[in-house]
Design a protein around this ligand. Structure first.
Ligand SMILES: [Zn+2]
Length: 272
């Protein structure tokens, strides 16, 4: 085992010498070197890596990138319950076909891409914001849709600054950001305070969203205590539209979209 591994590393190093050390090759080397530990960390239900453990996270993500095991491309990117995460990426250059400008308050004035959501999600968002207004907890959108090109530009900027392994610990690899689905939005209070940052947790807006968002088809996508499953730290501001029925079930059973999806696939596959 070790000999085989050593040989693979040697082979990769040779490629490295011949072709110049791209970050890809380096990532491949890392993943080969620590392959046995990663076999486990890669399956959704058995993540040992939690955010904060940046070195482990970086190494796990490098393994995904080599494509030997887990970075799958989703087959139905337009599905309302599509699972997009660090293991499941959208097809290259996927653009949702029914994007519209969400007709709600945002923390900025410009009519730009990040105001957009898919039609069904935008309509639900409008209803939810109206209900929050009635409850005197006015909300504002911070950032909704993000194109693949934009996510790529953002990510590449971080890679230039910090290197790829580090960038992957805090920025979504292009194709793996839920914002690219047009079904996700970061929400803050109408004053924009603590927008998409940790201090949003515990605010009256965060509490209102946790309690009421599922009734409008939205879930808190990265809940507290589920970091090892989602791969993200708690983000009380990041909402994902999945429709009322699924949002209701996810919230009632305190699941993540990962767990819900796994349950669905177990339920639909024949028992052996
Ligand atoms: Zn977000």
């Amino acid at each position: 085992m070790m000999n085989q591994q050593a040989m693979r590393i040697a082979a990769l190093s040779a490629i490295c010498l011949l072709a110049g050390c791209s970050s890809n090759t380096m990532a491949a080397q890392n993943s080969v070197a620590s392959a046995p530990a990663q076999v486990h960390t890669l399956s959704v239900n058995d993540h040992k890596t939690v955010p904060g453990n940046t070195e482990a996270a970086a190494s796990r993500l490098s393994a995904s990138k080599t494509g030997t095991t887990t970075m799958k491309t989703v087959t139905h990117p337009e599905a309302i319950d599509v699972l997009v995460n660090k293991q499941n990426k959208l097809p290259e250059n996927y653009t949702p076909r029914d994007l519209v400008y969400a007709d709600v308050r945002f923390t900025f004035k410009e009519k730009i891409e990040k105001r957009k959501m898919r039609k069904e999600a935008a309509a639900a968002l409008k209803q939810m914001f109206a209900a929050a207004d009635q409850d005197r907890v006015p909300l504002a959108g911070v950032s909704a849709y993000r194109s693949h090109a934009r996510q790529k530009a953002i990510f590449e900027g971080y890679v230039r600054r910090d290197g790829e392994a580090k960038a992957r610990t805090y920025s979504a690899y292009p194709g793996t950001s839920e914002h690219e689905t047009g079904l996700a939005i970061d929400v803050s209070g109408s004053n924009g305070r603590c927008a998409a940052t940790g201090c949003f947790a515990g605010t009256k807006e965060a509490k209102w969203l946790a309690k009421n968002a599922p009734a409008y088809g939205f879930i808190i996508r990265y809940p507290k205590g589920k970091e090892s499953i989602t791969g993200y730290t708690y983000e009380p501001w990041h909402l994902r539209y999945v429709g009322k029925s699924i949002a209701g079930e996810i919230s009632r059973k305190q699941l993540t979209l990962e767990e819900y999806t796994a349950q669905q696939s177990t339920a639909s596959s024949p028992s052996s």
